[in-house]
Design a protein around this ligand. Structure first.
Ligand code: NAG
Ligand code: NAG
Ligand code: NAG
Ligand code: NAG
Length: 518
């Protein structure tokens, strides 16, 4: 039996069992989409990446250049900084802690304003460095990001999609596949290393007899979900470089495919995640490669690709962040000192959907349900996957039950398009220098290193954190590669030895001995 299984709306449990025993695809798919590919980029707002696409299509809620922020949110006479189209290479990283984002959205510590004024971006940036203002108040001209320019013109852009919460990378990434961050509001290295306990869409997909696959580079960040570390899922992880193109060419992509970028920047293999200071050119080249691979695959006619960004990265956006009627996913309250109730969303981020079933030049605004306050945010991904694949399991949390779904965009045609470009244009280079392999690890990279160290057991070493702080990017890349390979190898051996599939391999910190602790 092939590892790719077709989603279906089965008539009865009995039929389901028979079909499973028969071992084949079978069943009538309720719609044309059998493969959903998810790609989450890093740290950029909608206006920064796509705001100027309004020049291509006035229907897009982007920017005109009339958008501005005061220098001081509390002093109307302090002068204005207007949003421009001169985005280029950004280094260092704009502010993105919970406090920094609150100041960007509300201009102060008081988060009661509705609508949110979105007037503290300049003030917050200036508190970091003088030239930061220029970084956050600029967007890319469409010709600087030609891959997106083409995708927006050819397929669908959603101009009302928000980060799930006003906080940093990892909590928002967790929402993408589980509809909650399980109380996490920051990049808390300890809980992330331990692994987050919540149920994920991966488990719901597997329970429905469908398949999933993760194509990673460096380290798979989805291993922050503890359950995915179990032996039974080891075979779902593939090296992007070694397997993605090959499996796509053979028509072997799974029903739910997650592609992770290269988070580490080296001269030979530059980072592709768009995270400042990484070059957006590399991110564009990466998306071009993913698109062209899918476009050439025999599975193209059954594919939906979703590209979004985990959060806005401190960059300005003019659309007020929704602050009313947003349900807490699971009633977990965030830690001291904010006691955040997970009851408002983050800043608007880009979202692009690609499929031959999508009408050329589609612009998706807000959803029309399921409730009057529903919005598109990262939990819209599990919610839409549930609809497209008819998953019988309940929603993961109250948040994905509330989030808008967008299956409608692949339901307007009776046949797939045949005019989708086979190739996308080649973007311009933005960064003029090459990767700095001697750079210290960023906070985000340190979190990923922490994850790698848990996989190979080194986190148990007392001095590991200091070691990590002193590592540069070159050393980090080598460390991650080894750690991830050892974890997967040990998992394979444990499986061969017949260890219970529900177990997670625990490595001893020593570089040679391995052990499976039940
Ligand atoms: C806002 O809160 C921060 C700490 O979170 C504090 O340093 C700052 O003084 C506060 N600002 C105002 C205006 O209360
Ligand atoms: C911005 O200023 C910082 C120092 O305040 C400097 O390190 C950085 O290189 C500058 N960035 C740009 C793009 O000029
Ligand atoms: C996709 O569907 C179109 C229209 O039916 C057809 O012309 C094309 O050959 C199909 N492509 C693949 C890869 O099956
Ligand atoms: C961006 O990247 C940093 C790591 O460099 C990460 O800690 C942060 O959560 C991300 N978000 C923003 C808004 O920068």
């Amino acid at each position: 039996m092939g590892d790719r299984f077709r989603p279906s709306s089965f008539q009865s449990p009995l039929l389901l069992i028979l079909l499973l025993l028969a071992g084949g695809g079978g069943g009538a798919a309720s719609g044309p989409i059998k493969t959903i590919v998810v790609l989450v980029m890093e740290n950029r707002s909608f206006d920064h990446m796509l705001g100027w696409m309004k020049r291509l299509n006035p229907e897009i809620n982007g920017v005109t250049g009339q958008e501005w922020n005061p220098i001081s949110a509390s002093d109307p006479a302090s002068g204005r900084v207007y949003f421009r189209d001169g985005a280029h290479y950004v280094d260092p990283d704009p502010g993105h802690s919970f406090q920094a984002i609150r100041e960007q959205i509300f201009g102060s510590n008081d988060s009661s304003a509705d609508p949110a004024p979105m007037n503290g971006f300049v003030q917050q940036a200036r508190s970091m460095s003088d030239n930061m203002t220029e970084s956050v108040m600029n967007g890319f001209r469409p010709e600087m990001v030609v891959v997106y320019q083409t995708l927006v013109q050819e397929f669908a852009v959603c101009d009302r999609w928000f980060a799930s919460m006003p906080a940093s990378t990892q909590p928002n990434r967790l929402y993408v596949h589980s509809g909650t961050s399980h109380g996490l509001i920051g990049n808390d290295q300890r809980s992330l290393a331990l692994g987050m306990p919540q149920r994920t869409i991966f488990e719901n997909i597997e329970d429905a007899g469908l398949s999933f696959g993760i194509y990673y580079q460096n380290v798979p960040a989805v291993l922050f979900y503890r359950n995915l570390r179990k032996l039974k899922y080891i075979s779902k992880f593939h090296s992007y470089e070694k397997s993605f193109k090959d499996r796509a060419r053979k028509g072997n992509l799974e029903n739910y495919v997650v592609i992770e970028q290269r988070y580490m920047d080296s001269k030979d293999n530059p980072a592709t995640d768009d995270h400042p200071s990484h070059d957006v050119y590399q991110g564009q080249m990466f998306i071009k490669e993913v698109y062209e691979t899918l476009r050439a695959s025999p599975q193209w006619n059954e594919t939906l690709l979703i590209i979004t960004y985990d959060e806005h990265g401190g960059f300005f956006d003019h659309v007020p962040t929704p602050v009313r009627g947003v349900p807490s996913p699971d009633d977990i309250v965030g830690p001291d000192p904010f006691f955040f109730k997970f009851d408002r969303l983050g800043v608007r981020v880009p979202a692009i959907m690609v499929s031959p079933w999508i009408k050329k030049g589609t612009v998706v605004h807000g959803p029309s349900g399921p409730t009057s306050t529903s919005e598109y945010e990262h939990s819209s991904i599990p919610a839409t996957v549930k609809k497209i694949f008819d998953l019988p399991s309940p929603f993961l949390t109250k948040r994905d039950a509330w989030a808008g779904t967008f299956e409608g965009i692949v339901q307007t045609r009776t046949k797939p398009r045949t005019d989708c470009p086979a190739q996308l244009p080649t973007p311009v280079r933005i960064r003029r220098t090459e990767a700095n392999e001697d750079a210290k690890l960023s906070e985000f990279q340190q979190e990923l290193m922490q994850l790698a160290s848990v996989l190979n057991g080194d986190h148990l070493l007392i001095n590991f954190r200091d070691k990590l702080k002193n590592m540069n990017v070159r050393e980090g890349i080598a460390y991650m590669d080894t750690a991830v390979n050892r974890f997967f190898e040990a998992g394979m051996s444990a499986k061969k030895m017949g260890v219970d599939d529900e177990q997670i391999v625990q490595m001893r910190p020593s570089l040679t001995s391995r052990n499976v602790i039940p």
